[in-house]
Design a binder for this molecule. Structure first.
Ligand SMILES: [Zn+2]
Ligand SMILES: [Zn+2]
Length: 70
């Protein structure tokens, strides 16, 4: 696979969208594995810092509510 940005061989793929990126163009972003609500109502998230990010896609900061999932 080749880098999305420069078409040289890629070293990683974006954790969020799957685009391939080389070492020169890779970026990092925290990746939320899991989020949950504590007993006293706070929202907490288990996050991986420095996950591979392509710099192109736009991970949404707020969770999206899914309809008709029940
Ligand atoms: Zn590149
Ligand atoms: Zn991406």
């Amino acid at each position: 696979m080749e880098c999305w940005h420069c078409e040289r061989p890629a070293h990683a793929t974006c954790r969020f969208c799957g685009r391939a990126v080389c070492k020169a163009h890779v970026q990092e972003m925290p990746y939320i594995i899991h989020s949950y609500r504590t007993a006293n109502g706070d929202y907490k998230a288990i996050v991986v810092a420095g996950a591979v990010y392509c710099g192109v896609c736009k991970p949404q900061q707020d969770p999206v509510t899914l309809q008709n999932m029940e």
